[in-house]
Design a protein around this ligand. Structure first.
Ligand code: DON
Length: 328
């Protein structure tokens, strides 16, 4: 119907050409084996490093998938833009940014020294301290399972499926997440953990646990591309047409992804690719192409030194070069 009226986000012939390029790039990079899988917990250490999938989804639900796009993985840090979106929807930007900054951190996602600014706020919602602080704002006052349900249902609205907790990933992250526990405690100490008070010892523990649960939600490249397409289209889910976030929320989330989504290679990535993207240590990269109302998700577990999927970054670079997608 939309094709007949010429209303497609990307014209069908242009989408076919893009899909062909994705297929060729996927074939070209099958032999790319540099990088190492994350090794800090068993489920990530045991991931098959050969897995490689690329999924594309447009705002109006045109999809293309090649390779291991149905392979399930824990979403990890690619949950962060969406947690930020939920907080913005619930509280508005002014309140959210009383607690969390919106600047580059200049350090790794888990850096104990470079995570909090002088005013005590984490630099932005894409680093661990910022994501912990952001999630503390979501459904404050509800119990943990109710809060998790809110996050899962938001993902369901975007992707059509309710993501489940990857149990062994969650338990391992929780039992070894000493750095994240320290962030939650540091935020409480400086008065920047929402809901924490001198009489409530549980608040930092709860905040860390909630963050860990959200990182452990199970995703695959196809569904994550639908979530990315939701951001690409001003907050409208590609398959259902439902407005999940306001256009203002989507714009703010993409802006922060644009400068801080790719760990401490974000500046270089912005230089070379110029599009908002977010990566997670399970080996996923979600890139949003606002001008085409489209998202591209790559899953390939081998990571570079800062924690980005090697093939994921390379796919982004090649697509941007080939189609002139760098906006500046
Ligand atoms: O919190 C952590 O350190 C892990 N769950 C890793 C999350 C991730 O992908 C890297 N974070 N920005």
């Amino acid at each position: 119907q939309q094709a007949l009226t010429g209303d497609l986000a990307v014209p069908a012939d242009e989408f076919a050409e893009f899909a062909h390029a994705v297929e060729r790039i996927h074939a070209d990079l099958l032999d790319e084996r540099s990088g190492e899988v994350a090794d800090y917990i068993p489920t990530l250490r045991d991931a098959d490093p050969e897995k490689f999938g690329i999924a594309v989804c447009t705002a109006d639900g045109q999809v293309f998938s090649i390779g291991d796009t149905a392979e399930e993985f824990s979403v990890q840090s690619t949950s962060k833009p969406f947690s930020y979106a939920i907080a913005l929807e619930q509280l508005g930007p002014e309140e959210v940014h009383r607690w969390i900054g919106q600047e580059q951190s200049g350090g790794p996602f888990n850096d104990p020294l470079l995570s909090l600014g002088r005013d005590g706020r984490p630099h932005n919602p894409m680093i661990n301290a910022g994501a912990i602080g952001t999630l503390a704002l979501v459904d404050a006052g509800k119990d943990q399972s109710g809060r998790l349900t809110t996050v899962q249902e938001t993902w369901r609205s975007m992707t059509g499926e309710r993501p489940q907790l990857h149990g062994s990933t969650f338990v391992a992250e929780r039992d070894t997440g000493f750095g994240n526990a320290a962030f939650a405690n540091a935020l409480a100490k400086v008065g920047k953990l929402y809901g924490a008070s001198p009489t409530d010892r549980r608040a930092p523990e709860d905040a860390n646990e909630f963050y860990t649960m959200v990182c452990s939600l199970t995703m695959n490249a196809e569904r994550l591309a639908r979530a990315g397409a939701t951001l690409a289209s001003g907050g409208v889910a590609p398959l259902s047409g439902r407005q999940v976030f306001s256009a203002d929320t989507a714009s703010r989330v993409l802006s922060v992804m644009g400068h801080s989504g790719m760990y401490n290679d974000s500046g270089q990535f912005s230089n070379q690719v110029g599009l908002p993207a977010k990566s997670g240590v399970s080996g996923n990269v979600m890139m949003v192409v606002p001008s085409k109302q489209m998202a591209v998700v790559v899953f390939s577990p081998r990571l570079d030194a800062v924690g980005n999927s090697v093939r994921g970054v390379e796919v982004c670079k090649r697509l941007v070069n080939e189609f002139g997608l760098h906006p500046y």
